[in-house]
Design a protein around this ligand. Structure first.
Ligand code: NAD
Ligand code: UDP
Length: 338
């Protein structure tokens, strides 16, 4: 069964391609490599023994998409392609909306023209903004606090309207919490360009000696140690969550939205300690001001994902740190210079 995977060379997309191949699906990647490296495709092959077909194209290019869609019989699409930097979404909102909203809209029109009505969409826990209720259930209010979150919420709305108007669509909206770690082989992993925005890649780069110390953004939150608490989920669990969601969406019409998280929160200081313990390296840090726009605590209620798609995260924090560290050590500068 062929699955179109937009953004399949990226961090989550590459791990999902591995999980898809291992589950017997045939992913076909459409990626413009704006935030990924073609080497990721060879690494997927190294892990699975299967080289996924890949196309260097933009999802917003209807001609290129038509060509791909006409040359295969796809059962569904998984849509990862987009931009994810929250800071840049604040400074360049039009770019974020063009990539994420206009890009998705164009892709949906191409899929519809190509007769594909099964879709998994990468959304984010960012749509919940500063939710009051913890853990966060899917029926919590959608109230994003930045343009990136709004762009995800807008696409969710478009998909809801589409599913309501055209009952032959089957759509799974996946709201990811904090994906971290790497495939256990160390062949694929997260390869941020420039200074990492996110905690895990920053901590690994400090541990490997690429950066001097971590800034801990605030220790005065209402959390047990004062630092921010998040729901970190191993990227291979997340990838397997896509396979589970895909199987559900292939069999049911309408739209479902589920959280992909573990239901467990960890603080920044707990992550530092866990990373030091697994890597055997020290991670120097200093406490700085809060990062503007950050919330104190965010973790998922994973019950609906368990009930609807039969998904439960299996890998613990030690595995997340071990696999992130293995990837970092084997690829100290990511995919570049190799
Ligand atoms: P990523 O940047 O590693 O992957 C995105 C991929 O899409 C890249 O390979 C990039 O080259 C490609 N791409 C971007 N624009 C494109 C376009 N117009 N046409 C074709 N390809 C294009 O990001 P990721 O971490 O793998 O995230 C994947 C998806 O999950 C994104 O939609 C992101 O918003 C969402 N998400 C990510 C996180 C996270 O923490 N990583 C959390 C929640 C949601
Ligand atoms: N964080 C930090 N230093 C960093 C990056 C992140 O202290 O260099 C904190 C951040 O304030 C939050 C947690 O780590 O409490 C996770 O941040 P990340 O950016 O990885 O995820 P998000 O904020 O999107 O959940």
């Amino acid at each position: 069964m062929k699955i179109l995977v937009t953004g399949g060379a990226g961090y989550i997309g590459s791990h999902t391609c591995v999980a898809l191949i291992q589950a017997g699906f045939t992913p076909v990647i459409a990626d413009n490599f704006s935030n990924s490296h073609p080497l990721a495709i060879s690494r997927i092959e190294a892990i699975t023994g299967t080289r996924p077909e890949s196309h260097n194209c933009d999802i917003a290019d209807p001609d290129a998409m038509r060509e791909i869609l006409q040359s295969h019989k796809f059962a569904a699409a998984i849509h990862f392609a987009g931009v994810k930097a929250v800071g840049r979404s604040v400074s360049e909102p039009l770019e974020t909306y063009r990539e994420n909203v206009a890009g998705s809209l164009s892709l949906l029109q191409s899929l519809k023209a190509g007769g594909i009505t099964r879709l998994i969409f990468s959304s984010s826990a960012t749509v919940y903004g500063g939710a009051e209720q913890m853990p966060i259930p899917e029926n919590a209010q959608v109230q994003p606090t930045n343009p990136y979150g709004h762009s995800k919420a807008m696409v969710e709305q478009i998909l809801q309207d589409l599913a309501a108007a055209e009952p032959d669509w089957g759509i799974g909206v996946l709201r990811y919490f904090n994906p971290v770690g790497a495939h256990k082989s160390g062949e694929i992993g997260e390869d941020p360009q420039g200074i990492p925005d996110n905690l895990f890649p920053y901590v690994s780069q400090v541990a490997v000696g690429r950066r001097e110390k971590l800034q801990v953004f605030g220790d005065d939150y209402e959390t047990p140690d004062g630092t921010g608490v998040r729901d970190y989920i191993h990227v291979m669990d997340l990838a397997e969550g896509h396979v589970a969601a895909l199987k559900t969406c292939l069999q049911s019409d309408g739209l479902f939205a589920v959280n992909l998280g573990t239901g467990q929160g960890s603080s920044v200081l707990e992550i530092i300690k866990a990373f030091e313990a697994t890597s055997g390296r020290s991670v120097p840090y200093e406490i700085t001001d809060r990062r503007p726009g950050d919330v104190g605590t965010s973790y998922a209620d994973p019950a609906k994902a368990r009930e609807m798609i039969g998904f439960e995260a299996k890998r613990d924090l030690t595995q997340m740190c071990r696999d992130a560290w293995n990837w970092q050590q084997r690829n100290p500068t990511g995919y570049s210079n190799q």
